[in-house]
Ligand binder design. Structure first.
Ligand code: PLP
Length: 340
């Protein structure tokens, strides 16, 4: 029975779809991919993911084009990042190609959940890998589960593309300089819940984290990377503790394609006062412009835009990347996997 769904009003939240795909690592090797219609996981109560945070995940999207075809954006990059997360917290890495095979399979199996082009919605893909083997001492597990599930999500900008405010909260860090910030580890997100909730309660869309060591340089913005526009330059922080965003990497390339200069380097907080535009970037929003940053503990405001109207460069970058993802613009860098 087909449900009637108002795709464009969907929020970013869990929604049951038809199938997920799973794979188990035990006895020293990964098994075969399985298809499941269960939303549950059964595991040992001493599983390392529950006690010692051996859990990592990924996030990516599939889009339906005007031609009705489904496209997945840069899944090879997500596969590489998950490998790096596995190596970072000593989880069993996936064999080559398994990530992509799982993503293709789960999208195909849930094809009816990929929203239509006109809705501006997409299918969010959530791979997760975690230790299920029992350990009471602090050791890596000997058993792991890899699951990929999907759900339709609505467009991020429901009332049109617009800028929001961010805040700096100096008494919270998301990740330490040589900690796990550069990997997509569950615990990083646990660390961000208190500051993130505080920021939302005060009307900010995200916390702009400074580097934990010196509190002088910009790290990233909640669950997104940060970039600024200075004249014809795209500037984004280089830091040990930020997650390498695939959206940011793509935007840097698009900026170069548009004839801009790209700099990835430590970005002092004060540079906020020089920016013509600034934004957060990530899978969820692509580009989410920022109109001001309040440094709450220092009682300082960096006004970047006069109001919530995004600047021309962020708008161009946003529109270009979205057009590539939906198949409206030529995919000249080979970023898109098209289901034929
Ligand atoms: C901490 C953090 N930074 C940045 C990003 C953006 O990364 P991507 O562009 O690969 O979605 C995300 C979301 O995935 C994130 O959780």
């Amino acid at each position: 029975m087909e449900e009637q769904i108002d795709w464009s009003s969907l929020s970013f939240g869990y929604r049951k779809t038809d199938y997920n795909v799973r794979c188990t690592f035990e006895n020293g090797k990964w098994g075969e991919l399985r298809v499941s219609d269960s939303e549950e996981v059964t595991m040992h109560m001493a599983a390392t993911c529950l006690h010692y945070g051996q859990a990592g995940f990924e996030g990516m999207k599939a889009f339906r084009g005007k031609d009705g075809k489904i496209r997945v954006f840069r899944m090879d990059e997500n596969a590489k990042r998950l490998q790096s997360t596995c190596n970072g917290i000593l989880m069993a890495p996936l064999p080559d190609g398994l990530f992509e095979e799982a993503v293709k399979k789960v999208v195909k199996l849930n094809e009816r959940w990929v929203p239509p082009y006109e809705s501006g919605a997409s299918l969010y893909i959530r791979p997760v890998l975690f230790g299920t083997g029992a350990q009471v001492g602090v050791h890596p597990a000997d058993k792991y589960e890899f699951i990929v599930f999907v759900m339709p999500v609505g467009p991020y900008f429901k009332d049109g593309f617009k800028a929001t405010p961010c805040c700096i909260l100096r008494h919270y860090d998301r990740a330490a300089p040589y900690g796990t910030g550069r990997w997509k580890v569950g615990g990083n997100y646990a660390a961000s819940l208190v500051p993130g909730t505080k920021a939302h309660e005060m009307g900010y869309s995200a916390v702009l984290y400074l580097d934990a060591r010196s509190k002088k340089f910009i790290d990233e913005a909640g669950p997104a990377n940060f970039f600024g526009i200075e004249g014809n330059k795209y500037v984004t922080p280089d830091s040990e503790s930020i997650l390498p965003s695939i959206t940011n990497k793509s935007l840097m390339q698009i900026a170069r394609d548009l004839g801009m200069e790209v700099e990835q380097r430590p970005m002092p907080e004060e540079e906020l006062s020089k920016l013509d535009e600034a934004a957060m970037c990530g899978t969820a929003a692509v580009v989410a412009p920022i109109y001001k940053v309040d440094d709450l503990d220092e009682n300082k405001t960096y006004q970047i835009l006069p109001d919530a109207k995004p600047g021309p460069v962020c708008t161009k970058l946003y529109e270009t990347l979205r057009a590539i993802q939906y198949g409206d613009l030529e995919d000249k860098h080979g970023w898109v996997y098209v289901f034929e």
